[in-house]
Design a protein around this ligand. Structure first.
Ligand SMILES: N[C@@H](CCC(=O)N[C@@H](CS)C(=O)NCC(=O)O)C(=O)O
Length: 205
């Protein structure tokens, strides 16, 4: 049986895992989780109760980045893992300080002790550095760093697209726009019905 992959369409972590699954063409059975109605089988499998979560015959992979690596180590036709070591540092900066700044900007009311202007400034610092880093891609060829980070830049941009578009980030804006228009993005964003025990398995990709 194909590994079971618990996913949630709009979650940026699940998006990056789906992008790697599409690139590698490693087949899984996708189960769409509704976060306010997590199925018991998911909660029993996932140590953290977060999506994405991949359950193979011999292990549970609970971190999106590890799911990307698991898929790409089996098949990496586009060479996403062949990136300079600095790519991993960019991903760590995205997942750590940038994601924190993103959440504190987007969900400001959940963080009454945090100053949203300060959070936005921290996010702007990261995005400005990224804009300077980018040519067509972060490195010479498209890599795991691009696709691990793009879903989070998308999430930030969608807080206020007019504001995002008004910034002086030409390379970043084009990188995001090309991603949103890409076949890879379309391939990960169909609407999946909520999984429940007994529903037929959905083959992905
Ligand atoms: N470090 C995890 C984080 C995953 C995560 O936080 N996912 C969110 C959705 S975007 C989640 O499942 N949150 C649990 C909830 O909202 O109940 C990963 O990279 O997979």
């Amino acid at each position: 049986m194909a590994p079971v992959f618990y996913s949630f369409r709009r979650c940026p972590y699940a998006m990056r895992a789906r992008l790697a699954l599409v690139s590698s063409q490693v087949p899984v059975a996708l189960r769409e989780v509704v976060l306010r109605d997590k199925p018991a089988a998911f909660l029993a499998a996932s140590p953290s109760g977060t999506v994405p979560c991949l359950v193979t015959s011999d292990r549970v992979i609970d971190e999106s980045l590890d799911i990307m690596i698991w898929a790409l180590e089996q098949n990496d036709p586009e060479g996403w893992l062949q990136m300079p070591a600095g790519g991993w540092d960019w991903i760590a900066r995205c997942d750590g300080p940038f994601k924190e700044a993103l959440d504190k900007t987007k969900y400001a009311t959940r963080y009454p002790d945090s100053d949203p202007a300060e959070a936005r400034a921290a996010a702007v610092g990261f995005l400005t550095d990224l804009d300077r880093r980018l040519e067509t891609w972060m490195f010479e060829t498209p890599s795991g760093a691009d696709f691990a980070i793009l879903p989070f830049v998308r999430q930030f941009a969608f807080i206020d697209m007019n504001w995002f578009e008004a910034q002086d980030w030409p390379a970043l804006q084009r990188w995001l726009a090309d991603f949103l228009a890409s076949r890879g993005f379309a391939a990960i964003m169909p609407k999946f019905p909520q999984w429940q025990p007994g529903t037929p398995e959905v083959a992905f990709p």
